[in-house]
Design a protein around this ligand. Structure first.
Ligand code: HEM
Length: 960
């Protein structure tokens, strides 16, 4: 991980006086450094004179995360200026965006946000906001047949301002067709709008079908850039020649050479299967991220099972296919030509008819489309179900139908254990035979110890919420619980009136919102562990710009200059809501004031007139930016995070010495039903401790778990009955037409690479070990993907242009006829794992991150229950408070000021303390549950791997 190191100026004091700089007690070298910092202030002056950069009007003129020289210098001094020529975004070199070493000395005592550190962090936030605005503007491509309206507009309304689509109506024959209005105008009402529905319909009450199970995955890239392997257009042919295919370059060869974890002692790893008796002598080397733990790895698996799945009940299409390793020289790598996998399901593969707008021909969808077989909403559908079949696996407590069924296990005796464990799938449950012996829950595929962990955890949380509600109901049965029925919106519902089903559904809403909150402000701020992202994610959730600060001022200017004067009022409204994120997306529109909807929110005297009988209030906070919400294929690509998973889990126990690793348990020995056995035998809190303390795998090349490269699965009809999941990830992306890495970056508004050498992190000195390792990997990339003699007459993209405005051609800026790297051919996963230049504390690469900027925001913006319907009428008052305060009772504050912030005790920490009180001592030191629990967080975003006081004897710190 690269670090921007700036030397602090100790003892040297500087002040601005009478327009000049006064220095006290500074050594000559320090004076030079202080003067250099002063120069950056002059650059700020130039930046201000140049004014605010407008939002790009055309796709090929977008921001790219690269700023002008003066801007870089103003926000990050010489270092930011130095790295401008690299392809990577500039903000990562600004002041205070790294650890303590990135902070400039606070020598210029100016008011407000003009100190170097604030210029750096605010500048980073502004760059990110620009990226988001342009991503929303240029990267929405719906496959569900609304794209033509997006381009053409409808009845004088521009496409990006459309809010309702005929394609999002429930079709005739749908069980709720009549309830939403049948052939007339469709509007969800009554029971259908009260809570999250099983299949996800009626989240948007005017677009009932949106986000429901079975809708087509969207795209974030131009349809014409998809399926490059098929060479469907001139640009794709020019870009890749005939070098690509489903198995070309060979995915298993790529896996073995570029993705395999090197082992210092292969026998101790045993291909991820460890040693007998779960001996601690076992060892599988892996590259570790010091600031992110195994709980974080499984958290994201748990999330993806909520958001999307291409598979149906754990399998793909009936036909099986080869997966590479067919060349003789490939076999020397120990890959398996006999492996087979079931082909991906394809929803549509017919040639789409085209349409023309303003003389340009467009395709209305990608050449092939695929279904998302779960709901796209953040609705905890992995727990509660997403269709009738999965619902049968969800068990309610027969003694209190508001609760999920949890059973007591003999021999399990902690306080948390008393809350119970999920029951097993019953023989009558509809399941894939591979899932036998697992806990009963809706999404059962690829069950792991992590899935078991989180499913049990949130089932306990669900029941705790119900218990607390029941306690209040017993105490104040006549009191108004906040809930309302849209059929009789004015009728107060008292605690005693609430049915078990109503309470169950309210608990589901609460659990889903808690999950969304944990993900947004706890998981993501540790995944992207630096100050801009801490502020950015907290602002996404609860607002940042309400206070007077530099970012809000700059955004205000941008709004007035770029949008305020536009003649397209709809567009202005749309962009305005982007800036409403300054007030926080969560809960947006959940209060309605007669006066100005945004600014009235800050006036305590205004009266909230939100009404359940007004559909515009119920639905008023959502914004889909003209494109119905679903995840794009590219989102799945950047979530192929198998490298996070270690091969062996370092198992510990709470009631003996938590510092001691007692077993090394292969993850593969906790796969499917074995996860359930392991959970039940060893207990939830011991797994919490073990996964909480262990570092996860870094998202880097040569870091895929061995066991996943050698995974045995019953469904495979092949001689090996094994699959290399790392290779399969590449194949699936190719089947689904994800553009290759360089075009992927261009499509998302990031700067292209011109050679494999661009992947080497320039922050490391020439000759350093890190640099040498990267040079070796670049050599391997070149060996696999190759080079060719370029032809400057071949234009390869329409997504971007060269700096001089000329089209980008096959030579990528080099002389015609030069030998160039086949950097265009690199699989996107390989490319993003190869990115070693990253912002500080980033467990992911900037290419993955840009996909998140867009889709993580949309996931909130589009969901009524996370915006305008985050109300007691749906959640109950207890539910609203529970989500806002991270549990029952008032918000609790964390001790001290972690990284300079006063902050509430994190939502997941409080949840762990409730569901497993036995973790209290262990969690005392934990600020973010996804930071390894025994790590000393040090000062200001330190990534050091060093024990906190009391954990010095932890075995994990003996391992580098
Ligand atoms: C024990 C751990 C895991 C196992 C055994 C496992 C196994 C698999 C397998 C076999 C597939 C291929 C499905 C197919 O296309 O046929 C898959 C897909 C996938 N996995 Fe994992 N996985 C694990 C952990 C994770 C983690 C930690 C993540 C992190 C996000 C993850 C994300 C994904 C994604 C995004 C897909 C694609 C799903 C889709 O196409 O809908 N997996 N996994």
């Amino acid at each position: 991980m690269a670090m921007t190191v700036r030397r602090p100026i100790d003892g040297c004091k500087a002040a601005l006086a009478l327009g000049g700089l006064l220095l006290f007690g500074c050594a000559p070298s320090e004076k030079a450094e202080v003067r250099a910092e002063l120069e950056s202030l002059h650059a700020c002056q130039e930046l201000l004179e140049n004014g605010v950069r407008p939002i790009a009007t055309d796709r090929d003129a977008r921001f790219l995360g690269k700023v002008a020289a003066a801007t870089a210098k103003c926000r990050g001094g010489d270092i930011a200026a130095k790295f401008r020529p690299t392809p990577w975004t500039d903000w990562q070199n600004y002041w205070a965006t790294g650890d303590a070493g990135s902070r400039a000395p606070d020598f210029v005592r100016q008011a407000g946000h003009l100190t170097p550190n604030d210029r750096g962090v605010d500048g980073a936030l502004l760059d990110l906001e620009y990226e988001r605005i342009e991503l929303i503007k240029f990267n929405l491509f719906d496959n569900n047949k609304t794209y033509q309206a997006y381009v053409d507009g409808r009845k004088g309304v521009a496409g990006p301002a459309l809010k309702v689509w005929p394609e999002m109506r429930l079709p005739e024959g749908h069980p709720e067709y009549g309830d939403v209005g049948g052939a007339g105008e469709q509007l969800c009402r009554g029971e259908l709008i009260r809570h999250r529905t099983l299949t996800g319909i009626c989240n948007d009450i005017r677009n009932p079908l949106m986000g429901s199970s079975g809708q087509l995955f969207a795209r974030n890239v131009e349809f014409s850039s998809t399926f490059p392997e098929l060479g469907r257009n001139e640009l794709a042919k020019n870009r890749h020649g005939d070098r690509l295919g489903l198995l070309k370059p060979d995915p298993q060869v790529i896996s073995r050479m570029l993705l395999t974890r090197a082992q210092s002692d292969p026998a101790k790893c045993n291909d991820g299967y460890g040693l007998t008796g779960f001996s601690t002598d076992a060892n599988c080397d892996y590259k570790k991220a010091p600031f992110f733990n195994v709980l974080a790895a499984f958290w994201i698996q748990f999330m993806t099972h909520d958001w999307f799945t291409h598979l149906e009940e754990g399998h793909n299409a009936e036909e099986f296919m080869a997966v590479g390793c067919s060349q003789t020289d490939a076999k020397a790598l120990n890959c398996r030509p006999g492996d087979r996998i079931d082909k991906a399901y394809v929803a549509e593969s017919s040639e789409p008819a085209t349409f023309t707008h303003a003389g340009v021909e467009y395709a209305p969808r990608a050449p092939r489309t695929f279904r998302n077989n779960t709901t796209a909403w953040w609705d905890a559908s992995q727990i509660y179900g997403y269709d009738e079949r999965s619902l049968k696996r969800v068990k309610r407590d027969p003694l209190d139908a508001a609760k999920l069924l949890l059973v007591q296990l003999p021999g399990r005796s902690t306080k948390g254990d008393a809350l119970g464990y999920l029951p097993l799938l019953a023989p009558a449950d509809p399941i894939n035979p591979d899932w036998k012996g697992q806990e009963a829950t809706a999404f059962a595929d690829n069950w792991s110890i992590g899935m078991s962990f989180y499913s049990n955890l949130f089932a306990r949380e669900h029941n705790l919420f119900v218990s607390e509600f029941r306690r209040l109901a017993a105490q104040t049965p006549e009191a108004d619980c906040g809930l309302r029925n849209p059929v009789a919106p004015d009728k107060v519902i008292r605690y005693r009136d609430v049915t078990a089903n109503e309470l169950f559904e309210a608990a589901r809403l609460v659990v889903s919102a808690e999950i969304a909150k944990i993900h947004t402000i706890e998981w993501t701020t540790q995944l992207l562990y630096d100050e801009p992202l801490y502020r950015g994610m907290n602002s996404n959730w609860s607002g940042l710009f309400g206070a007077d600060n530099g970012v809000s001022t700059a955004l205000g200017q941008l709004v007035t200059r770029s949008f305020g004067k536009t003649s397209d009022v709809k567009n202005a409204t749309q962009w305005y809501s982007v800036f409403a994120s300054g007030a926080g997306i969560f809960g947006l529109g959940s209060k309605v004031y007669a006066e100005d909807p945004i600014f009235a929110a800050f006036d305590p005297k205004k009266k909230d007139i939100w009404s359940l009988s007004n559909p515009d209030h119920v639905n008023g906070g959502v914004n889909h930016f003209g494109s119905p919400f679903n995840f794009p294929e590219e989102f799945v690509t950047v979530y192929r995070l198998h490298a996070l998973v270690p091969d062996l889990i370092e198992y510990r126990e709470l009631d003996s010495d938590p510092n001691r690793i007692r077993n090394k348990i292969p993850v593969v020995e906790t796969f499917r039903g074995k996860a359930t056995d392991a959970m039940r035998q060893r207990g939830l809190s011991n797994w919490a401790l073990s996964m909480g303390r262990q570092r996860l795998g870094a998202l880097a090349l040569q870091n895929h778990p061995r066991f996943l490269q050698n995974l045995k699965m019953n469904r495979l009809q092949s001689e090996t009955q094994q699959i290399d999941v790392a290779a399969l990830d590449l194949i699936r992306d190719r089947e689904r037409g994800v553009p290759r890495y360089n075009e992927f970056r261009r499509q998302y508004g990031l700067r292209q690479l011109t050679s494999f050498d661009d992947l080497i992190d320039q922050h490391f000195p020439v000759g350093s070990d890190e640099r040498k390792q990267q040079e070796t990997l670049v050599g391997t990339l070149r060996e696999i993907y190759g080079q060719h003699v370029c032809d400057a007459s071949k234009i390869i993209t329409d997504a971007q242009r060269n700096a001089d405005g000329s089209p980008i051609n096959d030579c990528l800026g080099m002389q015609n006829g030069s030998t160039v790297d086949n950097v265009e051919d690199v699989d996107t996963i390989v490319g993003y794992l190869a990115e070693s230049t990253r912002p500080h504390g980033y467990a992911i690469s900037e290419t993955q991150f840009v996909v998140f900027i867009l889709n993580a925001s949309r996931r909130l913006f589009s969901d009524r229950f996370l915006t305008s319907s985050f109300r007691p009428e749906f959640y109950t008052q207890l539910g609203v408070d529970w989500v806002n305060h991270n549990g029952p009772g008032p918000a609790m504050m964390e001790n001290g000021r972690p990284n300079g912030h006063q902050q509430p005790v994190s939502p997941l920490k409080r949840l762990l303390l409730r569901t497993m009180p036995e973790l209290a001592d262990e969690l005392q030191h934990v600020v973010n549950v996804f930071d390894p629990w025994a790590r000393d967080r040090g000062a200001y975003y330190s990534l050091a791997w060093k024990p906190r006081p009391g954990a010095e004897s932890d075995d994990a710190f003996k391992i580098p």
